[in-house]
Design a binder for this molecule. Sequence first.
Ligand SMILES: Cc1cc2nc3c(=O)[nH]c(=O)nc-3n(C[C@H](O)[C@H](O)[C@H](O)COP(=O)(O)OP(=O)(O)OC[C@H]3O[C@@H](n4cnc5c(N)ncnc54)[C@H](O)[C@@H]3O)c2cc1C
Length: 551
Amino acid sequence: MNKGTTKEATTNEATIKDAIVNDGIMNDDDINNPAVKHIVIVGGGSAGWLVAGTIAAEHGNGDEGVQITLIESPDIKLVGVGEGTWPTMRATLKKMGISETEFVRECDVAFKQASKFCKWTTGEEGDEYYHPFTLPVGYRELNLAEYWKAYSNEISFSDAVCVQSQVCANHMGPKLITTPEFSGITNYAYHLDAAKFAVYLRKHCIEKLGVKHITDNVIGINSAANGDIRSLATQHSGELRGDLFVDCTGLTSLLLGKHYQVPLISKKEFLFNDAALAAQVPYLDPECPISSNTISTAQSAGWVWDIGLQTRRGVGYVYSRTHISDEDADKEFRAYLTLTIGKEKAEATEFQKIKFTPGHREVFWKNNCVAVGLAAGFIEPLEASAIILIELSAKMISEQLPADRNAMTIVAKRFNDVFTYRWNHIINFLKLHYVLSKRSGSQYWIDHRNPDSIPQSLQELQALWKYQIPWFYDEVHMEELFPLASFQYILYGMGYETAQRSTIKKPNPAALERAAELLRDNIRKTNEVMKALPTHREIVNKIKHYGLQKI
Ligand SMILES: Cc1cc2nc3c(=O)[nH]c(=O)nc-3n(C[C@H](O)[C@H](O)[C@H](O)COP(=O)(O)OP(=O)(O)OC[C@H]3O[C@@H](n4cnc5c(N)ncnc54)[C@H](O)[C@@H]3O)c2cc1C
């Protein structure tokens, strides 16, 4: 062990003194006192810092609360491509005590209000629909999908039931400069620069929440007799002991995958994408409109994400190597970029190449180690489901933080049950986008509709939804990642047909009248909101200049 050799590692105050046990030997006090007092997080990407900030905000840090130490490698880069989030991020940041104004200024943030899907249904020009973040009007009162059907030739489902697809189509922001931090006129999340986000969270966690930070490589893992991780061996900083270890080491999955050998369960049989090309693309005009939604455009063997930040776009092609070669994917992606930045710039753009096995670990929490982020698994970026899983994992670890080692086994089992359900829920929701497609120009899309590639649980839902429009009965868990409204936006955005059961009596006149009123109301509200909201670029510029009102 590198006893006391700390000079090559960069640390904040007191880090090494407090966190490192130089002799590496557990003393009797530790064995008799199984209290969970010191949490060690390995990895300083979005996962590591979101976990650190969430736990530190709830449990304090230092003498009164738990001690949190985050160690990250100076040599291993972040994946750096997770730039689309869910509206949950507002509550996550607020709870950590972050200022929304500062966050917008520091992380090149823009607002995300929806995903727009282009060419997913037929592949024809004009084939597009929105999945907005705002719930359909009267969602808890009436299932408006039932009543919208009569007008489906005149107005899209999302336009009929919520204001947000029009807000997005016109590049509007979700709030006014007078709207307080983290509140919106419409529901919103963020598009952000992933690298800047990690730096910003790091600074906040260290300076405001007292998280201890070590920059060093973890090079070994020391086990206790019961199989727990007793400590981590580091390259320059000695031995780092802890009671709970959070593996946020990205696709390496150093603790859960490599040390505990928890297998990655591949889901490629359902969701084929296993590679991505990612690029940062400049705006030709720095004052051009900023897109209010992620644009997802179907390609021959995958799809392209296109995310607008304040100063640039983050664009990437995620594809299946079974269905297209890397060279052809490169060509197809450059052709997409050519449409907006021209051939010369598209040819000169450098791509980050990422390969992954779509899937998740068999369990996420083993002994005293829990994996979060890419270390726990990754399926694909569709609908930005990865960072929201990080937030939910951080929240559950924090809210259920076991007081001592004895309770940890029970919490671990519950965590594994909840997150196994969530991964399956994500797989069903993502796969739905593919099975509803009618595209036939390439084998990729045809293979996606092969029943062997559709999870049994999704096949059952499809069979059910032929005769009943999804609603609350299909939401079986608290804090569903994707509410049933999201399924409705995809189903009816892609022209899914639900035939009403013949046994249902005609809706009563009062319900019909109420539905008509809600639909009319939505049109009126859309017009009002369109007049009131600033453009997306305008609100971002104003926030940078004046700042938002504190809550
Ligand atoms: C192509 C692609 C597109 C994506 N798009 C989205 C999206 O739009 N929305 C979304 O929600 N998610 C998206 N994701 C997922 C998202 O990028 C990740 O969930 C997020 O960035 C979290 O990454 P991480 O922190 O788990 O890992 P990383 O960012 O890879 O961080 C790993 C950390 O571990 C450290 N580390 C590794 N080994 C060691 C060691 N031995 N010692 C010390 N430290 C070590 C590294 O230094 C680093 O700090 C995307 C992913 C991919 C691949």
